[in-house]
Design a protein. Structure first.
Length: 259
């Protein structure tokens, strides 16, 4: 019989019995804690024919499988983060056994403690800003003396130049917004814009920021965003969160070294 692998979702201090009893992990697996030296890993058993290296490489190319597995992973991390500070592990972090997980906790205790110190009492918030920089359609009249085709191409060029200028101005204002929010965050990062096709938004995403905010400053952060939205009426803002500190505490391990 092939022994299951141990899938790790997040690292925390101690254990917590307040996780929902019905919480399920990857593929309906039972979530549990593995503890050593005051640190705990939130884990569940997964099958090697799904998460072993050859199978995982194949499954990562299956978007339906990947989407469900990522949702399962995030659901467990978010449930844990709702009751205690956690350092999320990267998706598909697997070990050969609970023993290897305990060894990792012991060997990297200082590193995990540093990350947990960084995120304790703080929450990640996301801010996206969208701008409509579409230019008007070219008119139908032609400048006197110009051939219709040449005039039409000239209007197309002017429209594109106007659109690029509007985009540059929007990005400049978005950078100012980001700088204002950074002042209220302990840490921050600006992610690349999401794909319009995948995320399904209108306009141009000019800001995709993540902010690690002290819980005592959450109200001030939200109020600042309201002020910025009022001062930038051409932007459409989207606040997301609260999130586990994915952008600031996710720990990635080398499977070949750890397993």
């Amino acid at each position: 019989m092939v022994e299951p692998l141990t899938y790790v979702y997040a690292i925390a201090r101690g254990q917590d019995a307040n996780l929902p009893s019905e919480l399920e992990g990857i593929a309906g697996s039972t979530v549990r804690w593995v503890e050593v030296a005051g640190l705990s890993a939130l884990v569940s058993d997964v099958a090697e024919d799904e998460f072993g290296e050859p199978a995982l490489r194949r499954n990562l190319e299956d978007l339906d499988w990947l989407g469900k597995a990522v949702r399962d992973h995030n659901r467990v991390v978010e449930a844990a983060a709702s009751v205690r500070p956690v350092a999320p592990m990267g998706f598909a972090t697997v070990y050969y056994s609970d023993r290897r997980v305990r060894e990792c906790l012991a060997d990297r205790a200082d590193r995990f403690e540093t990350v947990l110190d960084r995120v304790t009492g703080r929450t990640e918030w996301g801010v996206k800003a969208y701008a409509d920089i579409s230019a008007g359609q070219p008119g139908s009249s032609e400048p006197r003396g110009e051939r219709p085709g040449a005039a039409y191409l000239q209007r197309l060029r002017r429209r594109e130049e106007s659109r690029e200028q509007a985009k540059e101005e929007a990005l400049h204002h978005a950078a100012e917004v980001h700088a204002s929010l950074v002042e209220l965050a302990e840490e921050s990062t600006a992610h690349p814009p999401q794909s319009r096709e995948l995320a399904g938004y209108d306009g141009v995403m000019v800001l995709n920021g993540a902010y690690l905010v002290d819980d005592t400053r959450e109200g001030s952060f939200k109020e600042k965003l309201r002020e910025l939205a009022h001062g930038h009426p051409k932007f459409r803002f989207e606040l997301t969160g609260p999130w586990p500190p994915y952008s600031f505490a996710t720990i990635l391990e080398d499977e070949r070294e750890q397993r």
